[in-house]
Design a protein around this ligand. Structure first.
Ligand SMILES: NC(=O)c1ccc[n+]([C@@H]2O[C@H](COP(=O)([O-])OP(=O)(O)OC[C@H]3O[C@@H](n4cnc5c(N)ncnc54)[C@H](OP(=O)(O)O)[C@@H]3O)[C@@H](O)[C@H]2O)c1
Length: 280
């Protein structure tokens, strides 16, 4: 018999600069046009086409997803609710007494035979939608994903919110990576720059005669190590400062004639160092 094994998981979060993630049970009213597409791609993509990724979310996050978009397609949806815990451990939280999970939950149909953990989770999740798994705790969900029944069918595990679940997950030893998208609130904007009219990022270079081209910076699979989360929270408290300017002696016309003194860095004002341990 194959051994069960716990799978490390990743968190996917979008937050304001002050780490706000929700308002009135929904996402804040922000404009992150590419973020939904990024979220879908990140949480859906697998290397092995025979496997799926799992997304774990709290009951309130499930309820915040418009009905037509849930369960999230192409992913194994797992919803956490204490109402899904074993009958004896269910809590009678009056705040939740009217929620759909509690109302619709049925005891697992197990005529004489003890259902497996997966069968029970399917039975619980079926109150929400077909194919959804219901779990009574984060650890129970992770155990289920590492179980013999699921662990060869699931490639990556993503925790997708909300606040309560993130708070627990960030403290969890199996939290391997945090994907954090930050939304920057601005009240002043440039008019739309028309690339047909302006050469953006262009400047003439007297020494080489070349003109600067386009800088395209692509980050794939960007991630943050769990032990860098706290230092990064500190870093996010820093107000951004302008980048420094590199001044190059304009009198020089021969590329081989440059010396150290021909370069001057102006306006370099970094914030104090924040130490981060090397993550290996
Ligand atoms: N910005 C983002 O990246 C992002 C992502 C997702 C969600 N959100 C936002 O976050 C907000 C929702 O967050 P929230 O903190 O209110 O709720 P949540 O974490 O989505 O769900 C909380 C519920 O999940 C269940 N739960 C949580 N931890 C559990 C555990 N350890 N074991 C069993 N069940 C557990 C409980 O359900 P029961 O009450 O049924 O027991 C609890 O009431 C919304 O505004 C949403 O839009 C933002």
């Amino acid at each position: 018999m194959a051994m069960d094994s716990r799978m490390p998981f990743q968190l996917v979060i979008a937050a304001t600069p002050t780490l706000g993630i929700g308002k009135g049970g929904q996402l804040p009213d922000w404009k992150l046009p590419g973020d939904m597409a990024y979220f879908k791609e990140l949480t859906s993509r697998t290397r092995d086409s025979a496997r799926q990724n799992a997304v774990i979310m709290g009951r309130k996050t499930w309820e915040s997803i418009p009905a037509k978009f849930r369960p999230l397609k192409g992913r194994l949806n797992i919803v956490l609710s204490r109402a899904f815990a074993d009958a004896g451990a269910r809590h009678a939280d009056s705040e939740n007494s009217g929620n759909a999970v509690v109302n619709q939950q049925q005891p697992p149909a197990c005529a004489g035979k003890q259902p497996s953990a997966l069968e029970s989770a399917k039975e619980r999740g079926s109150a929400l939608a077909a194919g959804v798994l219901g779990s009574g705790s984060l650890d129970a969900a992770l155990e289920l994903l590492g179980s013999e029944e699921l662990h060869d069918r699931v490639e990556n595990v993503f925790i997708i919110g909300g606040g309560q679940v993130y708070a627990e997950a960030l403290q969890h030893p199996d939290c391997a990576v945090v994907h954090l998208t930050q939304e920057f609130e601005c009240d002043t904007f440039l008019p739309k720059l028309d690339p047909a009219l302006y050469g953006i990022w262009s400047a003439s270079q007297p020494v080489t005669g070349l003109r600067a081209g386009e800088l395209v910076h692509v980050m794939g699979d960007a991630h943050v190590y769990a032990n860098h989360v706290e230092p990064l929270k500190e870093q996010l408290k820093n107000a951004p400062r302008h980048f420094p300017t590199l001044k190059i002696n304009p009198a020089k016309t021969d590329i081989d004639s440059f010396v150290f003194e021909d370069f001057e860095v102006v306006g370099y004002a970094p914030h104090a160092t924040i130490k981060m341990k090397m993550a290996v």
